[in-house]
Design a protein around this ligand. Structure first.
Ligand code: ADP
Length: 505
């Protein structure tokens, strides 16, 4: 029963430990996942910074080009956006602004009217010309400067250009394919191919080891900054996260398996305990039946021996044989009674009677029993019994208790005569009885074990096996003391003798 209790307690502790481990593993895993996520966010933030820096750099270059184009309109203007006062100058688009009738009429006038400006001059009026007038002027200017390729290209693009719709702020911002900024009355911008910029930025970050091998970035739009953010795609970080969650899964499985094992042990122990209980109860039943069956023939032997004793002539050849037979039958009956009582106590079938008990009766019990010892002279001495107050107790059981102590004294006693002394006193309202013999003593390390059922000691000059006994006497005596709410222990023991102390509340 105790083992099952320990195993159950162990199981509860095991489950508590496993839960603690699981909590620890989960929090560890969360921390590691958070650090991976932080790493991912950090790298993405660095990449975003690098991208923004690159876009701003390109815008700066673009703004410088726009400023140069203000004075030199034929410089390369592709990929630039410039709107001044709501008028789109770059990319060049004709037919957008309010018409410049004067220049238009010059462009559309029949040849050979001369033009008042040279090649690039036309672009100072471009937004204010109709497409037709702009085209006509270009034709005329190219005739004048047939080798001016820059003029030809600018005219071609100017006639194909379209209106760009962007809303700029004072800080640079990505609007569609343009990085734009508002500078006073001007909106300036530069065209970017985001994919290309991203590739260039990623290469740079790989070279600086900000990105690991296999890492890539993908863009998403956001509100703050330039309006573009980068998300990191990192197979290595993904692999680390996966390893982490796999490790947690395995640890969880392992803990669950351990819990199952624990459960299995509890179940097996319960099963074993039940089997043991069953076997024990069968054993008890068997012992009870056998002991019971022994009582009748023992009683018959006793009666016959007594009859024989009466009928045989005194001093005859049969000497004291009948008396010995009676004693042997009594000794065996005592043993059988011990076994039966122990069995009943162990199976919980014995409830002690509670009747007022006066202690002086012990003396007659002990003296009568001591007389049964034929081979060994036994002297019983009682003191203080008459000073003890009566207590509610089961007289039958107390008799079994004290006779077991007496019989042990004469069974294991090595000195002659065997002396058995009983001293009674009242201590703090407890009835305390001390039983002292002049036997060989009990080794200190065995003074508790002798109260275990079936535990016997090899005795000095006389093995326990050779003295009759079952190892139940003291176990039974202690159970009886406990049934009365008391205790029984070895209070003192030397090679000169032992003292057993019975204390009843
Ligand atoms: P049993 O007497 O049937 O063997 P007990 O339970 O009465 O069983 O005693 C257990 C053991 O304790 C005995 O085998 C014996 O070795 C030891 N013992 C008991 N009483 C005494 C005693 N008074 N003096 C010395 N040894 C004792």
């Amino acid at each position: 029963m105790r083992l099952a209790l320990f195993v159950r307690l162990g199981f509860v502790l095991l489950i508590a430990a496993l839960v603690a481990f699981q909590v620890l593993f989960v929090s560890e895993s969360r921390e590691a996942a958070a650090s991976i996520e932080a790493e991912r966010v950090l790298r993405a933030a660095r990449a975003t910074e690098a991208l923004e820096a690159e876009l701003v750099r390109r815008l700066d270059v673009g703004e410088a080009r726009i400023e140069a184009l203000e004075t030199l309109p034929l410089l390369e203007e592709e990929g630039l956006l410039w709107v001044r006062g709501g008028v789109q100058w770059l990319p060049r688009v004709a037919e957008l602004g309010p018409r410049d009738e004067a220049v238009e009429s010059l462009c559309l006038a029949p040849l050979p009217d001369p033009l008042p400006f040279r090649g690039e001059g036309i672009f100072r009026h471009w937004p204010f010309l109709s497409r037709k007038a702009a085209a006509q002027c270009c034709v005329r200017l190219q005739r004048l400067e047939p080798r001016n390729e820059a003029l030809a290209r600018a005219c071609q693009r100017g006639l194909a250009g379209e209106r760009v719709e962007v809303s700029a702020r004072e800080t640079p911002r990505l609007e569609g394919r343009w990085v734009v900024v508002q500078r006073g009355d001007d909106v300036r911008g530069v065209e970017v191919k985001l994919d290309e910029v991203l590739t260039a930025v990623a290469q740079k970050l790989h070279a600086q080891a900000t990105l690991e091998e296999g890492d890539s970035v993908e863009s998403f739009s956001r509100v703050e900054g330039l309006g573009v953010g980068l998300r990191l795609v990192s197979p290595r970080l993904d692999a680390r996260s996966q390893t982490l969650s796999r490790a947690l899964t395995w640890k969880t499985v392992l803990l669950a398996f351990t819990a199952l094992l624990g459960l299995g042990v509890v179940w097996l122990t319960r099963l074993a305990e039940r089997r043991r209980e069953e076997t024990l109860s069968l054993q008890r039943e068997f012992i009870a039946t056998v002991s019971h069956e022994l009582r009748t023939p023992l009683a018959a032997i006793r009666v016959l021996a007594e009859t024989l004793e009466r009928k045989l002539p005194e001093g005859g050849p049969a000497k004291d044989y009948p008396q010995r037979l009676v004693n042997a039958a009594d000794g065996l009956t005592f043993l059988v009674d011990n076994i039966l009582s122990f069995n009943r106590i162990e199976s919980g079938r014995l409830t002690p009677k509670r009747e007022p008990f006066t202690w002086t009766v012990l003396q007659s019990w002990l003296e009568n029993d001591a007389r049964l010892s034929l081979d060994v002279p036994v002297e019983v001495q009682c003191e203080g019994l008459d000073t003890l107050p009566a207590r509610d107790a089961d007289a039958e059981l107390l008799k079994v208790l004290v006779l077991n102590l007496l019989r042990n004294a004469w069974k294991y006693g090595v000195r002659r005569p065997v002396r058995f002394q009983v001293r009674g006193e009242l201590l703090q309202n407890d009835v305390v009885l001390r039983f002292t013999d002049n036997g060989p003593g009990i080794p200190a390390e065995s003074q508790e074990r002798i109260f275990e059922a079936f535990h016997r000691l090899p005795t000095v000059g006389n093995s326990a096996a050779s003295t009759g006994g079952s190892g139940l006497g003291l176990a039974l005596a202690r159970r009886i003391a406990e049934l009365h709410g008391g205790t029984l222990r070895v209070a003192h023991s030397t090679s000169e003798g032992s003292t057993f102390e019975l204390r009843l509340r």
